[in-house]
Design a binder for this molecule. Structure first.
Ligand SMILES: [Zn+2]
Length: 239
């Protein structure tokens, strides 16, 4: 029983019910599964849950039982362990990218007017919602994190998801792609790292210290600064 793509309304219901993290561990990278086998094309929220890829796999391998999913559906990890939820305590959303800090800027990385990384909060301004588009060097969209819903081409095994409270990392080692998001221990800031991102033939890398496009550092004017309420964080044109 692998992950399925339910209609958006069902997806949103399941995400909200789960407080925007896996119901078992709280990881904000989400897939949707039926608790018990369902006819194809039928989406019953009461029979569905939001799980991270690691726990989806465990359920597939019968390492998790139906009763465990039903229990966690009623008492999702992020509700029971609020201290571990992928959330910021401050109403302001502060995000470190390279050595720039963006406060209340949703569109973090925009290349050729296309949003590559967008970070939002849920309606209560609590949980963090990720929109990340993973393109390959030929500009094919290979994987998407869409308000924490995770869809990708190819097998699950192509991607490795690492998660511990307040930190997740997703990697596709065959293409040297990685995305990393970590909330600092005081829970006031989110730090993003990225490697092997592509768009329109350019390759993008975000380290702790710099933002590189085709191995050249960009956004030098913002380096070391904190900017608030910008529409766009890093904007770059490839031509
Ligand atoms: Zn999980």
């Amino acid at each position: 029983m692998t992950a399925i793509k339910p209609p958006l309304q069902v997806e949103n219901h399941l995400k909200k019910e789960a407080s925007y993290g896996c119901i078992i561990c709280g990881c904000p990278v989400l897939q949707y599964v039926n608790i018990v086998k369902q006819e194809i094309g039928v989406y019953l929220p009461e029979n569905m849950v939001a799980l991270c890829p690691i726990h989806t796999k465990k359920y597939d391998n019968n390492e998790l039982h139906e009763t465990q999913l039903r229990d966690a559906k009623n008492r999702p990890h992020n509700k029971v362990h609020e201290e571990n939820a992928f959330a910021l305590s401050s109403l302001d959303t502060s995000i470190n990218v390279g050595k720039c800090c963006f406060v209340n800027t949703t569109r973090i990385l925009v290349i050729d007017d296309f949003d590559i990384i967008t970070i939002k909060r849920n309606s209560e301004k609590k949980y963090i919602l990720f929109d990340v588009n993973f393109f390959d060097s030929l500009n094919n969209l290979k994987a998407v994190l869409s308000e924490n819903s995770w869809y990708h081409e190819g097998a699950d095994s192509n991607w490795t998801i690492y998660y511990e409270p307040l930190h997740f990392n997703m990697q596709k080692s065959s293409d040297s792609i990685s995305f990393d998001a970590k909330i600092d221990s005081k829970r006031e800031e989110l730090t993003l790292l990225a490697e092997g991102f592509h768009y329109n033939g350019s390759i993008i890398k975000i380290t702790q210290n710099e933002i590189l496009v085709d191995n050249e550092e960009i956004a030098l004017d913002l380096k070391g600064t904190t900017v608030k309420n910008y529409d766009v964080g890093i904007m770059f044109q490839t031509t």
